[in-house]
Write a protein that binds this ligand. Structure first.
Ligand SMILES: *Cc1c(COP(=O)(O)O)cnc(C)c1O
Length: 391
């Protein structure tokens, strides 16, 4: 299916709403039925029609169809955050006594679920370095039911060989789930590589304007129905119609935004690589990236996130650099129109800062939709304010 068709037409039955080009926001909690039998059928299977907006809603339906098609999946569910999507996708695939194999340092709230919430219900997690397939083979136990991936990771961009992991998991009857937020289905198609559940936060690239929070799961119809019938309906974490509408609007420009951001990031990466204050950087599609060949094989592109290590002796230098940026804002998140900086040392107590530990000198930059030169000038002047003229 053409991406242009998916984004502009799929799921939109315009004749049902006055041929309006933009879809309506069906802001309703419930839907009326005409017969008792209809009602009975909906009670029996709420996934079959409109009953109540905690379940299905027509505006959300348009978004679901588009997102499933973009991922090449049979079906999709849309949640009111990426964290909610992770929670439901994981919870639906474990029970007391089960074991999860997860990549090291997954997204904060995935890790919180594995470390704090699931142990209360007798589900344990082993973390592994996912760059080697042998590590998965070794970590799998007889009670492993889920392999949790994040490729690339959103800080160090470590990758997993998705095809190899999917094959291994299939042979052991283990469900695989990936956080594909960094690439979006435009730049990586995990379902085609054999992964069972592709998750992405819609807050980042899908929304694209830093004005809404959302999350997506894609997979087989059976898997999505299983999650819908239990976690989705029970936690009540489905997306609201207005937010779904914002995400449909975001999708219209997704390819154009990703193309622009990729080109800008390339220029910013080249600037950072040449800057004497930058020790090294991490960007999956840069030739210096340790897993560059896997990245080029399995990803069709890379976007706005790049991490770099600065030469700094003190925390104050890193702070001065971040606080001297005039246009690039300091904030969490990414994927919007605005460029952002996030210093790793913000998660350390000031006295813990140790310049000998490279990670303490790490910064993550997100390049948004501004001009590359505008961003480069901002980085340049902040470097100058933080460290002065170079010898
Ligand atoms: C932001 C993010 C999430 C969570 O998404 P929310 O919509 O913020 O809940 C998950 N994974 C990654 C990699 C993220 O960056």
């Amino acid at each position: 299916m053409d991406i242009s068709y998916i984004i502009n037409e799929l799921g939109e039955e315009r004749e049902n709403y006055f041929n309006a080009v933009a879809p309506p926001i069906i802001q309703t909690s419930n839907f009326k039925v005409d017969t008792v039998d209809e009602l009975r059928a909906l009670f029996e299977d709420e996934y079959s029609g409109y009953l109540y907006s905690r379940g299905l809603n027509p505006t959300v339906e348009i978004l679901r169809k588009k997102l499933a098609a973009l991922d090449g999946a049979e079906d999709a569910l849309v949640f009111n955050s990426g964290a909610a999507a992770i929670f439901a996708g994981v919870l639906a695939n474990v029970k007391a006594g089960d074991h999860i194999v997860s990549v090291d340092k997954p997204y904060t709230w995935a890790q919180r679920m594995f470390d704090v919430i699931l142990p209360r219900f007798g589900v344990t997690t082993s973390y592994i370095d996912g760059t080697k397939i042998e590590n998965f083979e070794r970590a799998i136990l007889p009670n492993t039911t889920l392999i949790y991936l994040e490729s690339p990771n959103s800080w160090d961009f470590k990758l997993q060989d998705l095809k190899a992991v999917a094959e291994l998991a299939r042979s052991e009857n283990i469900t695989t789930m990936i956080d594909n937020s960094y690439c979006t289905p435009l730049y990586q198609r995990p379902i085609a590589l054999g992964i069972d559940i592709a998750m992405q936060t819609a807050t980042k690239y899908i929304g694209g304007h830093s004005d809404t929070v959302g999350g997506v799961l894609c997979g087989s119809r059976a898997m999505m129905k299983k999650i819908f019938d239990s976690e989705f309906l029970n936690i009540g974490s489905g997306i609201q119609p207005f937010n779904a509408w914002l995400l449909i609007r975001g999708l219209r420009t997704l390819p154009a935004r990703l193309e622009r951001i990729s080109a800008t990031t390339r220029k910013v990466v080249d600037f950072l690589k040449r800057h004497p204050r930058v020790e090294s950087l991490l960007f999956p599609l840069d030739e210096t990236f340790p897993q560059y060949s896997l990245a080029t094989e399995q990803m069709q592109g890379a976007c706005g996130l790049v991490s770099f290590y600065v030469h700094a002796q003190t925390r104050a230098e890193v702070v001065r650099f971040c606080e001297s940026l005039k246009h690039i804002m300091m904030a969490v998140s990414w994927g919007g129109h605005e460029s952002l900086i996030l210093p790793k040392c913000a998660s350390l107590a000031p006295e813990q800062f140790d310049p000998a530990i490279r990670e303490h000198r790490m910064l993550r930059l997100y390049t948004g939709l501004e001009d590359a030169d505008y961003l480069i000038r901002d980085l340049e002047q902040a470097m100058l304010l933080a460290w002065g003229k170079l010898p």
